[in-house]
Design a protein around this ligand. Structure first.
Ligand code: BGC
Length: 357
């Protein structure tokens, strides 16, 4: 065999190997379009269900998926997104831990024409986001504060009532919005002295709970009770979500407050986590907010498919992300107490009776 023939044979062989390799790549996704689903953590109950719902919905619609949870670690979330880009995802649905830390990887995704769907938490400070699906976070805050106002009859009562605020971390865009919703109702009573904050910790930054973590909330509330409540009672712990709410409740219980008694404080939350519903039934937490993540997931799926098909997803508003008005779909939410949890959560099929046992 001469050199020329040898070279040709080698080229043919190389082409055959490349074809096989490509075919096996396509096989790993079954030739389907792949979508990345990047969730922040499993330490808050909802995200696992969010991830599972979206995965199932997309797979039922004929797509393949890659689902990742980032353990509240921003660097890990960046590398998970890089991996989604490298594996050939055509769209990425992302609930950011810290939007700012994603700006470079979002640029890389956009450069490859990948659609970015911001999930629950707005991707800020970037132009590289195509659509946003969420709940009305301002309303999360106003619903919590309205509940407090109604319970204490703030417009008519003389007070003063002792209040402590526990917010989400500033790295999550939702935290500040929820805080502003709370303050829209509470600020006037703080200003008039009907609500007193013995710790003096008022701003979103001063009241932030790192990573929305139960243990961090519990420790902060223990410190507040030991530092500022040796001679007085806490009447309200307004808490930005259920993990923070249960953390505060644990500290309050450990300090000797009895659920059901007149001096047990009002404690708020959101997400209707299973553990929290038990706290509500037991009188340890007063309310939560139900955000039907099945609806949010469906909206995310619908938007992703529309974008991939070159269509405009259905929106019902916009959200300014400091760079532009991102087309947004806002989903409904509802306040939940001991009185309505069954009709809201069980009748809707969100939980079974078994889940709540
Ligand atoms: C979500 C909440 C959740 C919190 C902590 C927020 O961005 O809107 O539902 O409780 O993150 O994970």
């Amino acid at each position: 065999m001469n050199i020329k023939l040898l070279k040709r044979a080698a080229a043919v062989l190389l082409t055959a190997i490349l074809c096989l390799a490509l075919a096996s790549c396509a096989d790993s996704t079954g030739g389907k379009t792949m979508i990345g689903i990047a969730m922040p953590t499993k330490s808050v109950q909802r995200w696992e269900r969010d991830g599972e719902n979206i995965k199932k919905g997309l797979e039922d619609a004929g797509y393949s998926t890659m689902v990742e949870f980032a353990n509240d670690d921003t660097a890990l979330q960046v590398s998970q997104l890089e991996n989604m880009i490298n594996r050939g995802c055509k769209a990425i649905i992302v609930a950011a831990i810290d939007s700012v830390s994603l700006s470079t990887v979002l640029e890389q995704a956009k450069a490859k024409g990948i659609y970015i769907i911001s999930y629950d938490r707005l991707l800020t400070d970037t132009q590289n986001v195509d659509f946003y699906v969420t709940f009305d976070n301002k309303k999360v805050g106003t619903e919590m504060a309205q509940f407090v106002s109604d319970k204490l009859d703030l417009p008519n009562a003389t007070g003063p009532f002792n209040l402590e605020i526990s917010s989400g971390p500033p790295s999550d865009n939702n935290a500040g919005i929820i805080y502003s919703g709370m303050m829209e109702i509470l600020q006037q009573y703080i200003d008039s002295g009907k609500l007193v904050i013995p710790s003096g910790q008022v701003t979103a930054a001063e009241t932030a709970i790192d990573n929305w973590e139960l243990a961090n909330s519990q420790t902060r509330m223990e410190n507040l009770l030991n530092g500022f409540y040796t001679d007085k009672k806490i009447n309200v712990a307004i808490c930005a979500n259920d993990t923070i709410g249960r953390g505060a409740a644990n500290a309050i219980l450990a300090a000797g407050y009895t659920p059901g008694s007149a001096d047990y404080p009002i404690i708020t939350g959101q997400d209707c986590e299973i553990a929290t519903i038990q706290y509500i039934i037991d009188g340890k937490q007063s309310m939560s907010i139900f955000k039907d993540t099945r609806t949010l997931g469906s909206r995310a799926i619908e938007a992703t498919i529309a974008l991939l098909d070159g269509k405009t997803p259905t929106s019902n508003g916009v959200s300014n992300n400091k760079v532009f008005d991102v087309p947004t779909y806002n989903c409904e939410l509802v306040a939940v107490t001991k009185d309505n949890y069954k009709s809201v959560l069980i009748d809707s099929g969100y939980y079974t009776e078994e889940d709540l046992k």
